[in-house]
Design a protein around this ligand. Sequence first.
Ligand SMILES: *Cc1c(COP(=O)(O)O)cnc(C)c1O
Length: 394
Amino acid sequence: MRTHSFHPPVRTLMGPGPSDVNPRVLEAMSRPTIGHLDPVFVDMMEELKSLLQYAFQTGNQLTMPVSGPGSAGMETCFVNLVEPGDKVIVCQNGVFGGRMKENVERCGGTAVMVEDAWGSAVDPQKLKDALQAHPDAKLVAFVHAETSTGAQSDAKALVEIAHRHDCLVIVDTVTSLGGTPVKVDEWGIDAVYSGTQKCLSCTPGLSPVSFSERAMERIKHRKTKVQSWFMDLNLVMGYWGSGAKRAYHHTAPINALYGLHEALVILQEEGLENAWARHAHAHRALLAGIEAMGLKFVVKEDERLPQLNAVGIPEGVDDAAVRAQLLQDYNLEIGAGLGPMAGKIWRIGLMGYGANPKNVLFCLGALEDVLSRMRAPIERGAALPAAHAALGAA
Ligand SMILES: *Cc1c(COP(=O)(O)O)cnc(C)c1O
């Protein structure tokens, strides 16, 4: 059999990521590949670092993209900061907190779990109690924006509590970066990782990370070697570090980095505050439309993420059938629920380039059509006018 070139369909991606990629990013990625030690490329890396510092709102010297998806950024934080025998407090309120626990244990650490219900924010009081009960804890880790449920936690408050107990803090901002405020320096975050395929609207496969001086000190003075050669920051710094000799560590994903550079230039052109406001605006319109249809958001109002909207699936409606119909008839992808929320929620992403009125109206119209044809118990004809009104209210 002769295999031909692969041409994917043009979809609208409104799930939990990847999100719609800005065409400017795709165009940037198709530019000529040059050597990863080429002086022109090295200049681009310097720009990329300062663009990431802007996105994270930090002056941290060690701010760079890890060559790998968000999960690789997560692992980079844990393997460098956790040593065998370390006690780490992990706050869990969804899927990704569970992965943090897994990371701690694979590093030989002990994870003390602080659990909150899926769909709720992390409760600061529970973290306080855990720190009091475990004064020997060295690290606290939590997810700022839980993509599995659409809940946002108060990162600033949680970091403050952890610091009062002399713990360093690892924060997952994969879904928050670019969509809602992430202020690494102001909040005092010690280690942070994100992803390119959510609110930065870049292709998947890179993970921006940033480490404070305190975190770097901890890493430099480890008693044991980082067990991952690839992710050992002491080695990676020879390539990405300031004043580094750009020694070969691994071949950087050249064209992927062009894409991230472009995505961050786009973010800088718009301005972070404007990007946050755009996400909030699109979210309010989607919310108005969903509620007018008679459907409900599952996360309570003051804990909702604008970029990840968890909508309850009405009684008797076949989750998978609806998503399949949306994909088939509208080339529209929305996300399913995970774990205990499987079959109970849809996750509608309004991330980065996709957080706009056009996508909101398209999604509401498509969802209403598919649900109506399935005779689901929804209010017809109300969603679009409600969304239009919310969009006009600015
Ligand atoms: C998507 C996501 C990740 C993992 O990112 P990948 O790029 O899929 O590896 C980690 N944490 C959160 C909160 C996410 O949403």
